[in-house]
Design a binder for this molecule. Structure first.
Ligand code: ATP
Ligand code: MG
Length: 319
């Protein structure tokens, strides 16, 4: 890739006997968002820690803006921001004090760190809460402050480790909007997530990892297309199941299966297929009792790719 901003080449990371990353390679193009998608323990945080110079690599190479993370960590650190799964902000200090402190740590002059703190508090809707200690902040406010702290020195590259895990849907939407704005302003983002929906919404490219290995990559549309994607389930009277199956067979389905009360199909693109399914059932005179559309979850993706569920990480999976 000509203008790759983050390059990861065959990176391995061991913690004693645990192989957290087992030969991972990917690249992130300048000005784009890469979503690193995987279940608990996949190696997402380890990858972020290596790229942000917190952890040394065991084997392989990684660079940010062409700078080798192992050879020139200080130089890398000046150019990146990190908002972590475990927030790095101080509980006792106020929001404003936290941002000023980060400014000072980034060697901004005192008045400039003050001005930058005000600007960021405003941008993240935290001006009113600026004088409150972080202990009083909600989860969503903390995430916003943590992200603001990562932006104090205006880094061109941003690492976000599970930026919205644990947030309510409203706060998640707020954060997604903020991240999209940053990208529109030219920031390159690597974010980790356990949610396909989040990667779908924010990422230009998705790298799926499991047990420290890349198991799939592509755009959200490519991955979903490849994975059979949306399920449409229709409940019909028992006597009409055969006719319903016949009607749905015309909808360009990936797979068709009988369920307890009707028929389920998997389709590659949800919107048009749902409409086509409804029309076909109606034209065939089927008495539809219920119709449900289910988008693929990360678990569907994992099941499809690995044959095991994303949730069953603690259980022994037979080889
Ligand atoms: N400091 C460490 N010492 C030993 N093992 C570690 C250490 N850090 C991570 N691991 C192990 O490495 C593997 C990958 O962990 P990592 O935290 O990168 O996963 P993750 O994808 O971020 O998971 P989560 O979604 O739970 O945050 C896990 O098996 C974990 O137990
Ligand atoms: Mg993690």
């Amino acid at each position: 890739m000509a203008d790759a901003t983050i390059v990861v080449q065959d990176v391995r990371k061991r913690f004693g006997d645990v192989v957290a990353l087992d030969g991972v390679s990917f690249e992130v193009e300048a000005g784009t968002v890469l979503g690193l998608l995987g279940p608990n323990g996949a190696g997402k945080t380890t990858a972020v820690r290596i790229l942000t110079t917190i952890l040394p690599i065991s084997e392989g190479r990684a660079s940010v803006l062409g700078i080798d993370v192992a050879k020139h960590p200080e130089s890398v650190r000046l150019r990146i921001g990190l908002a972590g799964q475990y927030a790095a902000v101080d509980e006792v200090l106020t929001g404003r004090e936290n941002l000023r402190l980060v400014g000072r740590l980034c060697h901004l002059p005192k008045d400039e760190s003050g001005a930058r703190a005000e600007e960021l508090l405003k941008r993240f809707g935290l001006s009113d809460a600026g004088d409150r200690s972080l202990k009083t902040y909600s989860g969503g406010m903390r995430r916003r402050l943590d992200l603001a702290a990562a932006l104090v020195h205006r880094p061109p590259i941003l690492f976000l480790d599970e930026p919205t895990t644990g947030l309510d849907p409203g706060s998640r939407l707020d954060l997604w909007a903020i991240i999209s704005e940053l990208v529109a302003d030219g920031t390159t983002v690597l974010l980790t997530t356990q949610y396909l929906e989040e990667a779908d919404r924010l990422a230009d490219q998705i790298v799926v990892i499991d047990h420290g290995q890349v198991i799939a990559e592509g755009t959200a549309t490519e991955l979903k297309g490849r994975l059979g994607s949306t399920h449409i389930e229709v409940n019909v009277p028992l006597a009409q199941i055969d006719r319903a199956r016949g009607a749905l067979a015309s909808v360009g389905e990936v797979a068709l299966a009988d369920t307890a009360n009707g028929v389920a199909i998997q389709v590659a693109d949800s919107g048009p297929a749902v409409i086509a399914a409804v029309r076909a059932l109606d034209a065939a005179g089927i008495d539809v009792e219920a119709l449900a559309v289910r988008e693929p979850t990360l678990d569907d993706v994992f099941l499809e790719l690995t044959g095991h569920s994303a949730e069953a990480e603690d259980a022994e999976v037979p080889a």
